[in-house]
Write a protein that binds this ligand. Structure first.
Ligand SMILES: Nc1ncnc2c1ncn2[C@@H]1O[C@H](COP(=O)(O)OP(=O)(O)OP(=O)(O)O)[C@@H](O)[C@H]1O
Ligand SMILES: [Mg+2]
Length: 399
C-alpha cells in the first residue's frame, strides 16, 4: 500500500477530529476545563494559614465565603474562596521588597524523563499554595500545554506562543500570558510552530547574542510572579540554551535506570561546556541558586521484583557515591498509572476528583508528588526570608 501526501493530510484531519471528540467526552459540558476541586476545612485552613476555628468565625461573620453541604454543618472551599480568604487575612504568598522571583528550568536533554509532568504538577502545586506562578512551555511538542487541556495545533495559534517574541514582532512576552483554570497560575503555551524559533535564534537575525532573548523577556515579567517555571525541549538547542541562561535554578529529572543515568551525566557535562563558553562571552559568571536532581518515574518496589531492586541500587549509588543531599532531592517521583491515567484525560493528579481520586495508587502518587513539590518549595524559601516568616506563622497558627 502506498500513502500519498494528500492521504497524510487526511490523517492529520482525522487525528484532529479524534482529539476534539475525546475532549468533548472528557471535559465539562462546555468543553472548557475547570478546576472543580473542593478543599475540606482542615486542608483549607492550612492553605489559608489560619486555624480552622478562626476560619469558621470569619465565615459566620460573612467575611469569607465557603460552600455548605446541605443537611450538615461541614464547610468546603473552592480555590477561589481560599484565595479570597488569604486576601482577607493578609496571608498571601508574596515576595518581600528585596526578594527576587525564582526562574526554575526543569531540564534534562534526555527525552521522556518526566520534565513536562513535573513542570505542570509543580506549577499547579505552588499556585495552590498561594504563589503566583507562570509556566512557560518552550517545547514545540507542547506536552505541558496539552496537560492544561489545549490541543496545541487546534486551540493554540502560532501568535499565542513565544514565536512572535523570538521573531522580534513583540518586544515583551506579556501578550502570550494567559490565565489557566487554576487561579494564580498563568501559562505561556507552545505548539509545533515554536520549532522555527530554533532557526530564528540561530540565524542571529537581530545581532543579539543567541542566549539573550528569553532572559530579557523574562526579566520584565519577574515582578508579577514568585516563580517562573521553564519546560524546555529535550535537546541542547537554542531554546534550551536560552532557558539555561534565564534560569536561576535547575531541577533535573532522572529516572534511576542505567541508560537515563548515563545520559544525565552527559547532560551535566554538556551543561558545563555550554555555560563555560557563554560565561566567556558574557564576561560574568552564571550562577544557580540550586541544582537538584530528582529521581523520576521510579518503579515502586512492592515485592522482590528484580527491576525495582536494580533501580534501588542505582539510586543508592547515585545518592551515596555521587550526588548526596546537596544535589539530589530526598523524595522521588514513583512511576504510577495514576499519572498516566490523569494525562490521558489532559489532567494533572491535582485535578482528578471523584472515585478515581479515592484509590490507593492515586493517593500514593499524589503523596510522592506533594513531597517533591514541598522539597522544591523549601529550596525557594531559603532565598526568601520574608516568606519563611509567613510559613512559620502558619505553622504556629495551626499548632
Ligand atoms: N511518574 C510517572 N509515572 C507514570 N508515567 C509518567 C510519570 N512521569 C511521566 N510519565 C509519562 O511519561 C511520558 C513522558 O513524560 P513527560 O512528557 O513528562 O516527559 P518529558 O521529559 O517532558 O518528555 P520530552 O522529553 O518528550 O519533553 C508521558 O506519557 C507521561 O504521562
Ligand atoms: Mg516535555
Amino acid at each position: 500500500m502506498s500513502v500519498s501526501i494528500d492521504q497524510l493530510e487526511d490523517l492529520v484531519d482525522r487525528s484532529d477530529k479524534l482529539i476534539t471528540g475525546l475532549k468533548k467526552k472528557i471535559f465539562t459540558p462546555t468543553g472548557e476545563k475547570q478546576f472543580q476541586k473542593l478543599f475540606k476545612i482542615s486542608e483549607a485552613a492550612r492553605l489559608i494559614g489560619r486555624h480552622p476555628q478562626t476560619i469558621r468565625e470569619a465565615e459566620k461573620q460573612g467575611h469569607i465565603k465557603a460552600e455548605r453541604s446541605e443537611g450538615n454543618n461541614a464547610r468546603d472551599f473552592t480555590l477561589e474562596q481560599i484565595n479570597s480568604a488569604r486576601k482577607h487575612f493578609g496571608s498571601e504568598r508574596r515576595l518581600g521588597r528585596d526578594e527576587e522571583s525564582s526562574v526554575l528550568a526543569v531540564q534534562n536533554f534526555k527525552g521522556g524523563v518526566g520534565k513536562s509532568t513535573i513542570s505542570v504538577h509543580l506549577a499547579q502545586w505552588l499556585a495552590i499554595q498561594g504563589y503566583r506562578v507562570l509556566l512557560i512551555d518552550l517545547d514545540s511538542q507542547a506536552s505541558s500545554t496539552s496537560l492544561f487541556g489545549y490541543t496545541p495545533d487546534i486551540d493554540i495559534d502560532p501568535d499565542d506562543t513565544l514565536l512572535p517574541f523570538f521573531e522580534g514582532q513583540q518586544r515583551t512576552m506579556h501578550y502570550a500570558i494567559r490565565d489557566t483554570q487554576i487561579e494564580n497560575l498563568s501559562l505561556i503555551p507552545a505548539n509545533l510552530s515554536l520549532y522555527s524559533a530554533e532557526y530564528l535564534i540561530a540565524s542571529n537575525h537581530d545581532n543579539n547574542p543567541i542566549y539573550s532573548h528569553l532572559p530579557r523577556g523574562i526579566e520584565s515579567l519577574k515582578k508579577d510572579f514568585e516563580v517562573i517555571i521553564l519546560d524546555p525541549p529535550p535537546a541542547l538547542g537554542m531554546l534550551s540554551i536560552n532557558a539555561l541562561v534565564a534560569a536561576t535554578s535547575l531541577l533535573v529529572p532522572m529516572p534511576p535506570r542505567m541508560l537515563d543515568f548515563t545520559s544525565s551525566l552527559q547532560f551535566f557535562s554538556m551543561l558545563h561546556e555550554t555555560l563555560e563558553s557563554i560565561e566567556a562571552d558574557l564576561g560574568r559568571a552564571i550562577e544557580y541558586d540550586f541544582v537538584k536532581i530528582v529521581a523520576s518515574k521510579k518503579k515502586q518496589r512492592l515485592g522482590d521484583e528484580k527491576y525495582a531492586r536494580a533501580e534501588d541500587d542505582i539510586l543508592e549509588i547515585a545518592r551515596e557515591m555521587a550526588f548526596g543531599d546537596e544535589y539530589m532531592l530526598k523524595n522521588v517521583i514513583y512511576e504510577s498509572s495514576a499519572i498516566d491515567n490523569a494525562a490521558n484525560k489532559f489532567k494533572s493528579l491535582y485535578e482528578v476528583d471523584g472515585k478515581d481520586a479515592r484509590t490507593k495508587s492515586f493517593r500514593s502518587a499524589v503523596k510522592s508528588m506533594d513531597l517533591v513539590c514541598e522539597e522544591v518549595e523549601q529550596e525557594f524559601l531559603k532565598l526568601w526570608p520574608s516568606m519563611q516568616g509567613k510559613v512559620k506563622d502558619t505553622e504556629e497558627e495551626m499548632a
